[in-house]
Structure formats: structure tokens, C-alpha cells
Design a protein around this ligand. Structure first.
Ligand SMILES: Cc1cc2nc3c(=O)[nH]c(=O)nc-3n(C[C@H](O)[C@H](O)[C@H](O)COP(=O)(O)O)c2cc1C
Length: 389
């Protein structure tokens, strides 16, 4: 297959299915506010588990069923990804943790040291999802008032400093956001692998920063032609700097034995939407913020909620996911074979890695790992079949 496939770790809590939102896994439930989803103790059935017990199971399931590792998202309603990584490292053996973080909220020298310690402790299993924030109330929640393009300029400087400190020499830097004199890692922490950088953001400012520093440019799913153009653009910009970049897609999938079963799952979720969910969707459609990526997502989602089929924008692509689980709008729905084919379409248009997710993440990690991943050809001409025995 020769492509990297990650799973998502649901540090935002999750219900036991997309159809039934009543029972929450562990003690962490998702309560949607206007723009910010807040943490709260479960409205679930008090099963005595906490969310850490649950995400440890998810990480192990993903590891067992063939995923390289997992994305640990960072939103106001999630657990804290750096801390969660240390915890998951002790619960798994090969699982790599992709830490989502906004560089602006950390000092880059401290981040270098945190990362080097983590790499040393885990045999180099950390990697980054560098995010730069979507503006609006969510950004203010973190106390960040920097305008959109300044946030990306800050991200670029942050990564300049982080790499500089990592290099092992005494490092000084005079930037707009960071000034550092003679910074260095302790000798014991030198020589670790620098984490791969997955970089998110669709704006011009994001592409400029990604082309300088990213190993993988990471996008949500978008209409395939649109995604191809974006991948081509980021590859051109990176080549102009004498570097190479790979591309990756973060996408939720609903895969079942047959296409009918998969759509039935969507249909049931759609028909079970309560008034509050419909209201939330309307607010989502008008959301403020300065994220170019988020408005590209919203632009492909219908405004009216009449029929789940109105949201089918491409064979096996449904743009109503934010209705069922919040967040990005587009996901892949179909039989195991169809989902694998769509992933291969994405490989053909430039993807080299995926971060997949499906609710509930525990059972679906096994299902997707066992039923879908073996059918994905990736860059090879024949499907990669899992050895039996
Ligand atoms: C795949 C992906 C994952 C993201 N994950 C997070 C996240 O965990 N937390 C967050 O606050 N923002 C997340 N974002 C949003 C980013 O903060 C990004 O900066 C935002 O899309 C605004 O950038 P833009 O205007 O360049 O599109 C994610 C975006 C993408 C594409």
C-alpha cells in the first residue's frame, strides 16, 4: 500500500453510534454550544469508565488492526493532546501519536524540549498536526486575538525556532514573534528524530507556511477536483522552495458490507436528528470565523434539511457529516470496496496518507482496519491483502 493510514482518537468523547446519541462512552460527553463545544460530565449511563479508559482501547484497537497511529485533536472540548500522548505511549507499543496543537500557544523552545523528551521516551513515536486556528469565538476562547495571517506568520517563526533549537547548535533568532538567544536542547535530548509535520489550513497564508515547513499538507475531504487543485498548488509552491511535500486527507467514513447498509446508517442518523441538532446545523451554516478551510467545507453543504440524499455531492461522498457528529462536512459512505476505491481515487489525485475516523471509533477501528484497508491499493497495482494465519 505504501501509504500511511492513521485513525482518530476521540478525545472529544463520543456516543455509541451516529444513530443514537444518548449513550456516551466513558465520562466525557459532547455538548455543542454556539461555536464552542464544551466539556461536561456524561449524560450517558454512568458506566463507571472514564474517557481515558476508552481512548486507550481505541488506540490499541487501531494498533492491532493496522493503523500507524492516531490523530489527537485539540479543541476547547477535548482532552489535552501532549498529555494524552504520554499516556497512550504507555498503553501501546508501535502506535504513533499525531499531536494537534496551535504553535502560538506554546513557546517553541519549550515545545522542542517537550517533543525531544517524548521522542526519547517513546522511541520516536510522536508527530505533529500543526494547526493555526480558525478565528472567531473559538480563538478568543484560547485568549488569542492575532489576526489570521499573523497567526500563520507566527506558526512559521515557531517552526523556524523549533527546528533551529533541534539542530543541536546554540541557536539565536530575531523574529517578529520570537526572539531567542543561544537556545539549545540538553545534550541528553539531542539526536532524536524530528517529528513529521502534518500541516492544516487552506488559506494562502497556510500554503505559504506549509511549503516552508510541512512534510505532509493535510486537508479535510473536499470535492475531488477542488482537492486536486489545492494539492497541486501546495506542491508547486513547495517545489519553488526546493523542497518536496506529500499530501494527506482527513476524512470520516461509513463503510458497511453493502452500499445499502451504509446509506441506511446515514438515513437513520438523519431521520433521528432532533430539533436541537437541526438548529445547530443552521448556526453552523452561518458560522463566523476566518477559516478559509471551514468556509470551503460549508460551501458544499446544503442549507435545507429535507432529505439525506440532497447531501450526496459525488458518488459515495456525503456532505452532511457535521449534522451527525459536528466538525467537517464531507465523508465517504459505501460498501467496503467502494470506500477503498474512493480512497484510491484520492491517492491518484495526490494523497499519500489518510487520517480516517468513524463512530464509534473502537469497533470501527477493527472494521475499517480489517475490511477496508486490505482493499486499498495505494501506490501499488494490486490490493494489499492481509496475511491469514
Ligand atoms: C485536517 C484538519 C484538522 C484540524 N484540526 C484542528 C484541531 O484539532 N483543532 C483546531 O482548533 N483546529 C483544527 N483545524 C483547523 C485549523 O486550525 C486551521 O487553521 C483552520 O482550518 C484555519 O485555517 P485556514 O484559514 O488556512 O483554512 C483543523 C483543520 C484541518 C484541515
Amino acid at each position: 500500500m505504501a501509504i500511511d493510514v492513521f485513525w482518530r482518537i476521540p478525545t472529544h468523547g463520543e456516543p455509541s453510534s451516529l444513530r443514537n446519541k444518548l449513550h456516551h462512552r466513558g465520562d466525557w460527553s459532547q455538548q455543542q454550544g454556539d461555536h464552542i463545544v464544551q466539556k461536561g460530565l456524561s449524560g450517558g449511563h454512568g458506566d463507571g469508565f472514564n474517557n481515558l479508559d476508552y481512548i486507550a482501547e481505541v488506540a490499541r484497537a487501531a494498533e492491532i488492526s493496522g493503523f500507524q497511529g492516531g490523530l489527537i485533536p485539540s479543541f476547547p472540548m477535548t482532552d489535552e493532546p501532549w498529555a494524552i500522548s504520554s499516556f497512550l505511549a504507555r498503553e501501546t507499543s508501535t502506535f504513533r501519536f499525531m499531536i494537534a496543537f496551535q504553535p502560538g500557544f506554546l513557546n517553541p523552545v519549550v515545545a522542542a524540549r517537550m517533543t525531544a523528551s517524548l521522542q526519547r521516551a517513546t522511541g520516536g513515536r510522536a508527530l505533529y498536526n500543526v494547526i493555526t486556528g480558525g478565528g472567531g469565538p473559538a480563538q478568543l476562547w484560547w485568549g488569542d486575538v492575532a489576526p489570521h495571517d499573523d497567526r500563520y506568520a507566527r506558526t512559521t517563526e515557531f517552526l523556524d525556532v523549533l527546528r533551529g533549537v533541534w539542530s543541536g547548535n546554540s541557536f539565536s533568532y530575531q523574529g517578529k514573534f520570537y526572539q531567542v538567544e543561544n537556545a539549545a536542547l540538553p545534550a541528553q535530548l539531542l539526536g532524536q528524530d524530528f517529528p513529521e509535520i502534518y500541516f492544516s489550513g487552506s488559506s494562502d497564508a497556510a500554503l505559504a507556511s506549509a511549503s516552508k515547513h510541512a512534510d505532509y499538507y493535510l486537508s479535510w475531504l473536499e470535492p475531488f477536483d477542488q482537492l486536486r487543485d489545492k494539492f497541486d498548488r501546495v506542491k508547486e509552491r513547495t517545489a519553488a522552495l526546493g523542497r518536496k511535500i506529500k499530501c494527506a486527507v482527513r476524512v470520516d467514513i461509513i463503510a458497511r458490507r453493502t452500499e445499502e447498509e451504509a446509506w441506511r446508517e446515514v438515513q437513520r442518523g438523519f431521520e433521528n436528528l432532533d430539533d436541537a441538532a437541526r438548529e445547530r446545523y443552521k448556526r453552523f451554516a452561518q458560522q463566523t470565523g476566518d477559516s478559509v478551510g471551514a468556509s470551503r467545507q460549508r460551501s458544499n453543504a446544503p442549507k435545507e434539511l429535507n432529505d439525506y440524499r440532497d447531501f450526496i455531492i459525488h458518488p459515495n461522498v456525503w456532505s452532511g457529516l457535521s449534522l451527525l457528529r459536528g466538525g467537517q462536512t464531507q465523508g465517504i459512505v459505501g460498501s467496503y470496496e467502494q470506500v477503498a476505491e474512493r480512497l484510491d481515487d484520492l491517492v491518484r489525485l495526490g494523497a499519500d496518507a489518510f487520517i480516517l475516523a468513524s463512530t464509534p471509533h473502537l469497533e470501527e477501528a477493527y472494521r475499517v482496519g480489517e475490511e477496508v484497508l486490505p482493499l486499498v491499493r495505494g501506490h501499488d497495482s494490486a490490493p494489499v491483502l492481509r496475511a491469514v494465519g
